[in-house]
Design a binder for this molecule. Structure first.
Ligand SMILES: [Zn+2]
Length: 130
């Protein structure tokens, strides 16, 4: 049986990766999830859809368009990883609500002030630690 056709309303992954790279954000391909399973093929993958495809992981992240094309070539089901921190200026704040994250954030904002207006992802429930 052939694999189902990949259809999405989102832009092809390469276009999105290049758009991130154009912002100066170093990107790398990470495995995706297809039919509920990580595309790495490991039956019980510990980090489905979230671990690098490339050998050197985040060290392979690049904002160079030619290298982005090379990294994502032949990876239509890849997710896009972005190197955070100093390399991109992106800081990610993951609030685990079931582990007191809301209270911790409230305490931090009381001490240091509210977080600035920033991009947010929609609420996404993931398995703890993944
Ligand atoms: Zn995997």
């Amino acid at each position: 049986m052939d694999a189902p056709a990949f259809t999405t309303a989102l832009p092809p992954v390469l276009d999105a990766a290049l758009a991130y790279a154009a912002r100066g954000w170093p990107v790398l391909p990470v495995h995706g999830v297809l039919n509920g399973r990580c595309t790495c093929g490991t039956e019980h993958c510990a980090s489905p859809g979230k671990h690098p495809i490339t050998a050197r992981g985040v060290n392979d992240a690049t904002a160079d368009p030619d290298r982005v094309r090379a990294r994502f070539d032949g990876q239509p089901r890849a997710n896009i990883g972005i190197a955070t921190g100093d390399r991109s200026g992106i800081i990610v704040l993951d609030i685990d609500r079931d582990k007191g994250g809301d209270e911790s954030l409230r305490d931090l904002e009381a001490e240091y002030g509210p977080l600035p207006a920033t991009a947010r992802t929609s609420s996404l429930r993931t398995q703890a630690g993944r």
